[in-house]
Design a protein around this ligand. Structure first.
Ligand code: C5P
Length: 234
């Protein structure tokens, strides 16, 4: 898969998502859609099947983290939903990530891409040291988790656009970086702290950008989506 813009469909229910996706009827490129926990837990697995049936690629962002056997079985279920990308927490250990790959791999050998979350951006150095008793610098921890994900056979990590270059240096150019925290140069930052424009994210080597409110809350979501594609993909 090449560079793409993934639209974070952070809506409360199916009705709102479909009203949003309806706006893209007839648009030359179907948005890649991210479905997160809120929508998945609220609307159930049918929401994945329905969005897939409309021809969208899907990143199912459920961030699994459990014992290897449970993650393996859960991944097998997600693989059956025919998503294109899904994810887990690298903190679950290399063995858990290897089990996830096993579960995700279909009988014909194909599988969705599997991406790791390293340390959440909501976790800072202080919380990591005090709550998790991890004393190393956070960027070292992030790169170590990314390297573990690579070792386990995963395809990439979710990271801030600012970390994408270093992840590629550490794990290889073909190790995917999926980066949220994207804003237009003339847009609202909202609650994101470290942001980049789609053009900057392209320049520093992000493979996919995840864009929510700059598209979903735009007056003209299709125009905002096209602008992201033009800046990032073309
Ligand atoms: O609306 P906005 O563009 O900020 O949405 C970004 C999306 O990426 C949201 O779904 C958010 O949960 C997700 N995300 C993030 N930062 C991370 C990981 C995921 O913003 N570190």
């Amino acid at each position: 898969m090449g560079k793409d813009v993934i639209v974070a469909c952070d809506f409360a229910g199916a009705e709102q998502v479909f009203a949003f996706l309806d706006k893209f009827e007839g648009v030359e490129r179907k948005p890649f859609v991210k479905i997160g926990m809120e929508l998945f837990y609220g609307a159930g697995p049918d929401i994945v099947r329905e969005i897939k049936a409309r021809g969208h690629k899907i990143f199912l962002d459920l961030k699994l983290h459990d014992i290897p056997n449970t993650v393996k079985k859960a991944m097998s279920v997600l693989s059956g939903l025919d998503v294109d990308i899904t994810n887990l927490h690298a903190g679950g250990t290399v063995r858990m990530m290897e089990a996830a790959i096993e579960g995700l791999t279909r009988p014909d050998g194909t599988r969705p891409l599997l991406i790791a979350v390293t340390q959440l951006t909501s976790t800072d150095q202080e919380a990591m040291e005090n709550d998790l008793l991890i004393k190393e610098p956070i960027d070292k921890v992030v790169m170590h988790y990314a390297a573990n994900a690579r070792k386990a056979g995963l395809d990439g990590v979710v990271c801030s656009p600012l970390e994408a270059g270093k992840v590629h240096d550490t794990c290889g150019a073909d190790f995917l970086t999926i980066t949220p925290g994207v804003r237009f140069a003339d847009g609202d930052i909202g609650d994101q702290k470290r942001v980049m424009t789609p053009a900057e994210a392209k320049k520093i080597g992000s493979d996919y950008i995840v864009v929510g409110r700059p598209i979903t809350a735009a007056e003209d979501p299709v125009a905002a989506y096209r602008r992201c594609v033009a800046e990032f993909c073309d």
